[in-house]
Design a binder for this molecule. Structure first.
Ligand code: PBG
Ligand code: ZN
Length: 327
């Protein structure tokens, strides 16, 4: 054979040839759209740091869900901004809680759309942490894992009762998956699946989300329960525990800086694997595009394709609706 080998180039000559040899195909089937639901009616409140993303009242969330279903997007994930916060986040298990209202309304309006609920407390607690806070003997405060687990079980039972198909715990509590599985099974919700935020890193890229979800911690940070960005073995251990505890699907979050973790998780466990292209990752593309520095559509497709190529079966992305139109 003569060198250089010209084979690679021959197959890149035309769009059709490239299409024939493409290894990763992004599809609308891969997308999960995050939605932020707030009290009121007729309200769509845009968020500065996340252009195109808004807090919406239940009626608006229903309208949006219909559009997403029409576009072929299989699932939405709901985040709630409650009427009132308290130290324990009791809105999360109230029959009239903001997420419960949204789940019921979407369930009625959209027959086939899969409804995923994010399961956490930080949007619902007045201190902004992902559970109940207790005070150590030395006076410092910490997330009380076991007390939080009890409330978690109540939250999940309530989401299931109102019609959630999949619950997605994002609080990084130890033992959260087994507590949830047991709670669901005891209540007769064997068919409700668990998508665990199994490897969730303590990331600076959640900044804009905390604006839209109004969930920034009042004191301290989440580094004692979310993972150190420097670790991959630990991520695999976290995922192994969640798989053992009964997770049906696992998630790596954020996505782009953790593609190596994603690849290992998919290889090692072979479960349906999701990746969350988070608010800061989204905002970076938006901001650069707004300045004319990046081609938004091209970069959004490239990034989402890369996440899938690394091993994600599903991508939670604020670009879901745009991608559904572009693909
Ligand atoms: C909290 C939660 C966070 C996100 C989803 N659920 C981040 C956090 O504040 O720790 C981030 C999503 C995003 O940035 O888009 N349970
Ligand atoms: Zn949280």
């Amino acid at each position: 054979m003569a060198f250089p080998d010209t084979r690679p180039r021959r197959l890149r000559r035309t769009p059709t040839l490239r299409r024939m040899v493409r290894e990763t195909r992004l599809s609308v089937d891969d997308l999960i759209a995050p939605l932020f639901v707030r009290p009121g009616s007729g309200v769509t409140k845009p968020i500065d740091s996340m252009p195109g993303v808004a807090q919406m009242s239940v009626d608006r969330v229903v309208e949006e869900s219909r559009v997403l279903e029409e576009l072929g997007i299989p699932a939405v994930i709901l985040f709630g901004i409650p009427e009132a916060k308290d130290p324990i986040g009791s809105d999360t298990w109230s029959d009239e809680g903001i997420v419960q209202q949204a789940v019921r309304a979407i369930r009625q309006a959209c027959r086939d759309l899969i409804i995923i609920t994010d399961v956490c407390f930080c949007e619902y607690t007045d201190h902004g942490h992902c559970g109940v806070i207790s005070t150590r003997r030395d006076g410092t405060k910490e997330l009380d894992n076991d007390a939080s687990l009890e409330n978690l079980a109540k939250q999940v039972a309530s989401h299931a009762k109102h019609g959630a198909d999949i619950v997605a715990p994002s609080c990084m509590l130890d033992g959260m998956v087994s507590a949830i599985r047991q709670g669901l099974d005891d209540d007769g919700y064997q068919d409700v699946a668990i998508l665990s935020y199994a490897a969730k890193f303590a990331s600076g890229y959640y900044g804009p989300f905390r604006d839209v979800a109004e969930s920034a911690p009042e004191f301290g940070d989440r580094a004692s329960y979310q993972m150190d960005p420097a670790n991959t073995d630990e991520a695999l251990n976290e995922v192994a525990l969640d798989v053992e505890e009964g997770a049906d699907m696992v998630m790596v979050k954020p996505a782009v800086n953790y593609l190596d973790v994603l690849q290992r998780v998919k290889e090692e466990f072979g479960l349906p694997t999701a990746a969350y292209h988070v608010s800061g990752e989204f905002a970076m593309i938006k901001a650069a595009a707004a300045n004319g520095w990046l081609d938004e559509q091209r970069c959004a497709i490239e990034t989402t394709t890369a996440i899938k190529r690394a091993g994600a079966d599903l991508v939670l992305t604020y670009y879901a609706k745009d991608l559904a139109k572009w693909l």
